[in-house]
Ligand binder design. Structure first.
Ligand code: KG4
Ligand code: ZN
Length: 335
């Protein structure tokens, strides 16, 4: 089965072609980062309009790269939530309409299911069951994955998502948007032992997270260090290093706890924060210490992309599911 995947839930237009026998045939991601940078965050209306502009040309590009025509597709998958409602509607309307015009089945996919299953696109995919750490700008969740569609939420953030905390901490230090990559780059120049940042909620049982306190800690540390309201570059680097180490340690402690509680020692990392090198290294040693292994999608499949939606949609279409003609999206949609 050959499926076209469309991801338009936030600020990336992701388009991909997935074949259930041959794997990923082609994919393209157009990031709107430059469009939103001057506002310091995603402007929903601008995001929708840009998806409208980019989606069809990108579909033509992936078809061209795969040497296929629309007539050779067997299904269409699109992200139907969670996300920005206007942005979701662009992909959903386009995907559903294309499928109708081509007389193909269509399926709306949960964005986080896409992230969860992204490691399945790689050459050595993990066997079920595995533990998934989903860390993006909107989510921080630990999920037990027993198979396609068989997900148990083990824990999640009670306030800010890890990526959101990275972005907000970066913004407080005046780093460019999006803050996560900028902060982690700066952290490589800093001393992660200079300030004592907490590892929130690690001293009590359970698998939930809280990152808003760390953000407050960044704010108070900035106030302590700033001279006449100006923060020296080394202070920024040190705060970045201490903040990153605190987030990474906290995530690693909870991943270890989840693996120990479930007896499952395969760990997969998904979502944009999964691109963080320090986190990758720490989780690798954590999983290996438990005799297990950690699986990552390649960085471009960690952040939002159409390939993960095409993959998840293919599995659902193969299982006989499909969405009806009335296009619906679910901006807030628990997994
Ligand atoms: O999954 P994603 O592309 O979008 C959604 O939120 O769904 O994740 C984006 C998030 C942003 O918060 C971004 O700052 C963060 O991932 N991120 C990083 C890194 N690269 C992206 N955070 C920390 N370190 C990174 N290297
Ligand atoms: Zn995402």
């Amino acid at each position: 089965m050959r499926v076209l995947g469309l991801e338009t839930s936030c600020d990336e237009t992701g388009i991909a072609l997935y074949d259930s026998k041959q794997g990923l045939l082609a994919h393209r991601v157009y990031s709107q980062i430059a469009l939103h940078a001057e506002y310091g965050g995603v402007v929903p209306e601008l995001a929708s309009r840009d998806h409208v502009r980019k989606a069809l040309p990108l579909i033509r590009e992936v078809l061209h790269e795969a040497g296929l025509t629309l007539a050779e597709l067997d299904g269409v998958a699109y992200t139907s939530g969670p996300g920005l409602v206007g942005a979701l509607l662009v992909g959903a309307c386009l995907g559903r309409s294309l499928a109708w015009a081509l007389d193909l089945p269509a399926i709306g996919v949960h964005h986080m299911e896409g992230h969860l299953l992204a490691p399945m696109l790689e050459d050595n995919p993990p066997a079920f069951p595995f533990i998934a750490l989903l860390v993006s700008g909107g989510h921080t969740q630990l999920v037990q994955v027993d198979g396609i569609g068989r997900y148990t939420l083990l824990g999640e953030s009670l306030d800010d998502a890890a990526g959101e905390a990275f972005d907000k901490a970066a913004k407080m230090m005046g780093l460019p948007y999006p803050g996560g990559p900028a902060l982690s780059a700066l952290a490589t120049l800093g001393d992660e032992k200079r300030f004592k940042f907490p590892r929130p909620m690690t001293d009590r049982p359970g698998l939930d997270f809280s990152f808003s306190g760390l953000k407050t800690r960044v704010r108070t540390t900035i106030l302590e260090c700033a001279v006449d309201g100006v923060l020296a570059e080394q202070d920024k680097a040190d705060i970045s290093a201490c903040f990153q180490a605190a987030v990474v340690d906290t995530l690693a402690i909870k991943c270890k706890r989840a693996m120990q509680q479930t007896g499952i020692n395969r760990l997969i990392i998904a979502g944009g924060v999964g691109a963080n090198k320090r986190l990758r290294e720490k989780l690798r040693t954590t999983a290996e210490a438990l005799g297990g292994a950690v699986f990552y999608p390649r960085p471009e499949l960690c952040t939002d992309n159409g390939a993960m939606i095409a993959y998840a949609g293919t599995q659902r279409l193969l299982a006989g599911e499909h969405s009806d003609l009335a296009v619906s999206v679910v901006p807030r949609w628990p997994m």
